[in-house]
Design a protein around this ligand. Structure first.
Ligand code: KG4
Ligand code: ZN
Length: 390
């Protein structure tokens, strides 16, 4: 089956076309087309994602991303679409809040027709509601045009499945021995999730304030670095380690390290960095050392809490996902720490390109729940839910 998937929950606009052969979770997934546009540079001046800008850019970029994915998949048909007046009216209604995207799609349909898809999967939460709505409305219009069933998928489930998708080996999902624990670390979320079976999730811990990616971004901003801060901080931290720089601030807090629950807190760490840099003209060396000091605190908190979760639930598998799992230093630290303490535990981290937001993961999450897909008429009731939980 051919799945068209769409992701617009934050600042990446992504569209993929994936061919799934076999049933979830033992299917093979071939990526036929994959188009992604990152708006990061547009949000840089705000030091984080600015929702109105994200919404506008998604609306501008979705049709070009659809076209790029179709071209890569060799599925772009060059005959114009034959669309009835009734269907035209439906599409106009579906996209009434997105006039520019409606105009772009109308132009596209004058020159191209859409192939048939077996499923259209779109992120409908969690994320920034205005950004999510653009993707959801677009998916509805495409479902009406092609007649394909549509499903709203959970972005966090997408991150979990992306982390076990072995795109470098066999294009399949790696096997999971349950119970499994997923640590999800992104710009909007930091949570520990218990997976007792496929498609069965329970949140067992979460941040009480900032998400860990958000802490990276905010700390970067405090140091005068650009957005997104995660990749920059981790690069500076690596330089500090290889140059063996002394600490800039050796008493940064490791919040909630010893709390009895599985929750996190990162705002105190960020505030400690704010005090450390106040009225200081940071040299390049200071920035490197402070990045390392900060990353070490994050490492200790994440590993300690995850270990507690693994022990408490007798987990056999650990899955780490979300944008912060692109951090290779942290992933190596996790692996070596668990190899020492729990050699039986299988630890999965995402293949390159699958840690930060993408639409491949949305196709996987859609496939996992395809029996719940709605036909085009029922799809109009699918809503975006910024707080959707697993
Ligand atoms: O999952 P994601 O792409 O978007 C959300 O769903 O939030 O995560 C983005 C977050 C940003 O906060 C970014 O700074 C962080 O992931 N990030 C990193 C690294 N690469 C991206 N954080 C630490 N180290 C990295 N190498
Ligand atoms: Zn994400």
């Amino acid at each position: 089956m051919i799945i068209l998937s769409i992701e617009t929950s934050c600042d990446e606009t992504a569209v993929s076309i994936i061919e799934a052969t076999g049933e979830f979770p033992v299917a093979t997934y071939e990526i036929l087309g994959n188009a992604l546009f990152s708006q990061a540079s547009m949000h840089a001046e705000y030091g984080g994602v600015f929702p109105a800008v994200a919404k506008r850019e998604h609306a501008k970029t979705l049709v070009p991303m659809l076209e790029a994915a179709l071209i890569e998949a060799d599925m772009l048909e060059t005959s114009s679409s034959d669309i009835s007046d009734t269907l035209t009216a439906k599409i106009t209604h579906t996209l009434e809040r997105e006039p520019d995207m409606h105009a772009a799609l109308t132009e596209f349909l004058k020159e191209h027709s859409l192939p048939t898809f077996d499923l259209i999967a779109v992120t409908n939460g969690p994320g920034l509601a205005p950004a999510l709505w653009v993707g959801v409305s677009f998916a509805k219009a495409l479902s009406q045009i092609t007649g394909a069933p549509m499903i709203g998928t959970n972005h966090m489930e997408g991150h979990i499945l992306a982390s076990i998708f072995d795109v470098e080996e066999d294009d399949q999902l790696s096997p999971i021995v349950f119970p499994a624990i997923a640590l999800l670390i992104s710009g909007g979320h930091t949570e520990l999730v218990l997976m007792s079976d496929w498609n069965t999730y329970k949140k067992i811990g979460q941040t009480r304030d900032d998400a860990v990616g958000e802490a990276f971004d905010k700390v970067a901003r405090l140091m005068g670095l650009s957005y997104p801060g995660g990749p920059i901080i981790s690069k500076l931290a690596a330089e500090a380690r290889s140059e063996q720089l002394p600490p800039f601030k050796d008493d940064l807090p490791r919040p909630m390290l010893h709390s009895k629950d599985l929750d996190f807190s990162f705002s105190g760490l960020k505030t400690a960095v704010r005090y450390a840099v106040a009225d200081t003209n940071l040299s390049e060396t200071n920035k490197k050392a402070l990045s390392r000091d900060f990353e070490d605190c994050v490492r200790d908190v994440l590993i300690t809490k995850t270990k507690a979760a693994v022990e408490q639930y007798g987990a056999q598998t650990l899955i780490i996902g979300g944008g912060v799992s692109a951090n290779q230093y942290l992933m190596r630290a996790f692996k070596s720490s668990f190899i020492e303490d729990s050699p039986e535990l299988v630890v999965y981290t995402p293949n390159s390109g699958l840690s930060t937001d993408n639409s491949i993961m949305i196709a996987l999450a859609g496939h996992a729940h395809m029996t719940n897909a709605s036909n085009p008429a029922a799809a109009k009731y699918i809503v975006a839910d910024g707080n959707k939980s697993l």
